[in-house]
Design a protein around this ligand. Structure first.
Ligand code: FES
Length: 100
């Protein structure tokens, strides 16, 4: 695992999300009540960008067809057999750092 600085905390206000590219891979970042989470960005249904979805508490809704996932653990609410990869997140000063 390596550490990657992926964004400034000011870029992702509470309740918001953002897609970033980390080492060639699309990652979605989420701010749930001031705590940051990271998952793979690509929806397991047909590849929608979850970082462009709508976040409601810890649930992200895919912008394409509405599949929902819990960003704290990657679980898909529509299909329990589907799970997003998640990545450990730390905040270092003003920056968000993930391990992958
Ligand atoms: S691509 Fe995400 S719900 Fe269809």
């Amino acid at each position: 695992m390596a550490s990657y600085t992926v964004a400034k905390i000011s870029e992702i206000p509470e309740g918001d999300c953002k897609s970033v590219t980390v080492d060639g891979e699309a990652i979605a970042l989420f701010n749930v009540d001031g705590k940051f989470y990271a998952t793979e960005d690509t929806c397991k249904h047909r590849g929608g960008s979850l970082g462009k979805g709508t976040l409601n508490e810890s649930i992200i809704t895919c912008p394409l067809h509405g599949w929902t996932y819990d960003v704290t653990n990657g679980a898909c609410e529509m299909n329990p057999q589907v799970k997003l990869n998640t990545y450990p997140v730390t905040v270092e000063g003003e920056t968000i750092v993930i391990e992958k």
